[in-house]
Design a protein around this ligand. Structure first.
Ligand code: EPZ
Length: 431
C-alpha cells in the first residue's frame, strides 16, 4: 500500500493548478444516464472516485471514450471524456460497487426517471457519520416512485414515469438536491424543491442539465423550480474548479508561509473559507490567473468557525482548518454541524504534538509553537489531507499511511506540492 513521506519546514512558493471539482464531476457523470445522447465532460480530474464511478456506469451500459491529449496540453490538464448511455442494460447497482462510494447511490434518480425502475444497494455508514439516504428516498417517493427496501437494496418503481411534486427537505442535503434535480428534469409536470442545497456543484450540474434541455430555475438559491421534459439530449460541459482543493492548498500556504497562485481557482466559490484564512493572518488576492495566497512571517491567528451548508464554511475544509490552527497563537474553536463524527483527524493531529480537546460538536484547539513529524494514518479523504498540511509545517519526517484516501479526491497532490518546494514523495509498495 502506498505511503507519503514528508519532511516539513519548507515554505511553499509557486503555482498550483486547481483541478475540476470531484463533487461536481461525480453527479455530472451520473447525469449521463438521463440521455441516450452523448454527454461530453471536460476538465474531469484523475481521481480514484472518478474511475470507480466509470466502472459503475459501465455496469449500467454506459460507453465512454477518453479524448487523447491535444496539442499544447500537458498530461496534467483535466481529461475530456464522452459518456454515452444509448442503452441502459442493467438497472441494478450492486452492493460491491455502491459500498465503495456513497455518491453512486445517486444513480437511482436517472435510472428510475428514464427506465421506470432501479435496484440500488443502500450505501451503509462511513467514517464521517451515519449518512442516511432517507431524504433521497423521500424525494423519489414524492416524485411518484414506489420504494421497497429489500435485502439491503432500495427497489424503486415508477412504471408510468415520475410526476412533478413539491419537495421540502427537512435539512439541507447536497445528495438529496442532486437526486431531486435529475429525477424532476424527466418527470411529467412541474416540481419545486424547498430548502435545496445552494452549493456551487449543484449550480454546475443544473447548468449542464439545462444544456441537455432541462428546464430549471433558481439553482444556487434554496428554491429550485423544474419543469419536466420528455427527453434530454447530449451536451458538452466543463467541470467547475474544485473549491475544496483550492481551500486546502490555501490553508497549506497559510500554515507554511510562502506565496502561491492557485491557478484557475475561483474565489467566489469559497468566499467564507477565504475570509477565515485571512483571519488567520494570510493574505489573499484575486488575480487574472486565479487566487494568490501569501503569508510572509507573522503568527497564525486563532479563529472561531462553525461549518454550515454553502455559503457557510464547508465541512469538507474543517479538518484542514484544524491542522492550520494547531500552530495558532491562541485558542481556536471549530464546530462541526454537518456530520456528527467528523473528528477522526483529532487523534492523528495529536501525534504531531497538537493540543486539541473535543467538547460535544466542537474542537478546542490550543495552538502550540511547533509540531513534530510522526507516522500517521489517513482515515477519510479530507482528514488525510489535514495530516499532509500539518506535516508540511512539522519538524522532521512524517509518513502518511493509507494514502488511497487521498487518491480519491486530490489529483497529483505530491507533484503539485513538491513543485512549490515541499519535500514530499510517494513511497510505493516495496520502497
Ligand atoms: C456531499 O455529501 C459531498 N459529497 C460531501 O463531500 C460533503 O461533505 C457533503 O455533501 C456536505 O457538503 C459529494 O458531493 C459527492 P448531504 P452528501 O446529503 O450529499 C444528512 C467529500 O469529502 N442526511 O448534504 O452525502 C447527512 O447525514 C465528501 O468530498 C440525512 O440525514 O451530504 C448530513 O448530516 C464527504 N439524510 C447532512 O444531511 C439524507 O437522506 C448533509 O448531508 C441525506 C443526508
Amino acid at each position: 500500500m502506498d505511503r507519503i513521506r514528508i519532511v516539513g519546514g519548507e515554505r511553499l512558493n509557486g503555482v498550483i493548478p486547481i483541478s475540476g471539482a470531484k463533487n461536481a464531476a461525480l453527479p455530472l457523470m451520473i447525469a449521463s444516464l438521463l440521455t441516450d445522447g452523448t454527454l461530453t465532460l471536460e476538465n474531469l480530474p484523475r481521481l480514484a472516485d472518478v474511475q470507480a464511478l466509470m466502472r459503475i456506469l459501465g455496469n449500467h451500459g454506459v460507453d465512454y471514450s477518453i479524448e487523447g491529449k491535444r496539442f499544447g496540453q500537458s498530461g496534467e490538464q483535466g481529461r475530456t471524456i464522452h459518456f454515452s448511455a444509448r442503452q441502459i442494460v442493467d438497472t441494478t447497482a450492486p452492493y460491491e460497487l455502491v459500498s465503495k462510494m456513497r455518491a453512486s447511490f445517486w444513480v437511482i434518480a436517472p435510472l428510475v426517471a428514464r427506465m421506470g425502475e432501479a435496484k440500488v444497494s443502500l450505501p451503509g455508514g462511513c467514517a464521517i457519520g451515519t449518512r442516511p439516504v432517507d431524504f433521497l428516498l423521500m424525494a423519489m417517493e414524492r416524485l411518484g416512485a414506489k420504494i421497497d427496501i429489500d435485502g439491503g437494496y432500495a427497489v424503486a418503481k415508477a412504471k408510468n414515469g415520475l410526476r412533478g411534486a413539491e419537495i421540502a427537505f427537512p435539512k439541507v442535503t447536497v445528495g438529496g438536491t442532486h437526486v431531486a434535480l435529475m429525477a424532476a428534469s424527466l418527470a411529467h409536470g412541474s416540481s419545486v424543491l424547498h430548502n435545496a442545497a445552494r452549493e456551487p456543484e449543484i449550480v454546475d450540474v443544473a447548468d449542464c442539465l439545462v444544456k441537455m434541455g432541462a428546464k430549471i430555475k433558481g439553482a444556487g438559491t434554496s428554491t429550485i423550480e423544474i419543469t419536466g421534459v420528455p427527453r434530454l439530449s447530449g451536451a458538452r460541459h466543463a467541470v467547475l474548479p474544485d473549491r475544496i482543493e483550492t481551500g486546502t492548498y490555501a490553508m497549506a500556504v497559510a500554515m507554511t508561509g510562502g506565496d502561491v497562485t492557485l491557478q484557475g481557482a475561483r474565489a467566489d466559490l469559497l468566499q467564507s473559507a477565504l475570509d477565515t484564512i485571512v483571519q488567520t493572518g494570510a493574505q489573499i488576492t484575486e488575480t487574472n490567473e486565479g487566487v494568490r495566497v501569501y503569508r510572509n512571517g507573522g503568527a497564525i491567528q486563532p479563529v472561531d468557525v462553525t461549518t454550515e451548508p454553502f455559503p457557510g464554511f464547508p465541512t469538507d475544509l474543517q479538518a484542514q482548518l484544524m491542522a492550520l490552527t494547531t500552530m495558532a497563537e491562541g485558542v481556536s474553536r471549530i464546530t462541526e454541524t454537518i456530520f456528527e463524527n467528523r473528528f477522526m483527524h483529532v487523534q492523528e493531529l495529536a501525534r504531531f504534538g497538537a493540543h486539541i480537546r473535543l467538547d460535544g460538536d466542537s474542537a478546542i484547539v490550543e495552538g502550540v509553537k511547533r509540531l513534530k513529524g510522526a507516522p500517521v494514518m489517513a482515515t477519510d479523504l479530507r482528514a488525510s489531507v489535514s495530516l499532509v498540511i500539518a506535516a508540511l509545517a512539522a519538524e522532521g519526517e512524517t509518513i502518511v499511511n493509507r494514502v488511497y484516501h487521498l487518491d480519491r479526491g486530490f489529483e497529483h497532490l505530491e507533484n503539485k506540492l513538491s513543485r512549490c518546494g515541499a519535500r514530499i514523495e510517494r513511497l510505493s509498495v516495496g520502497d
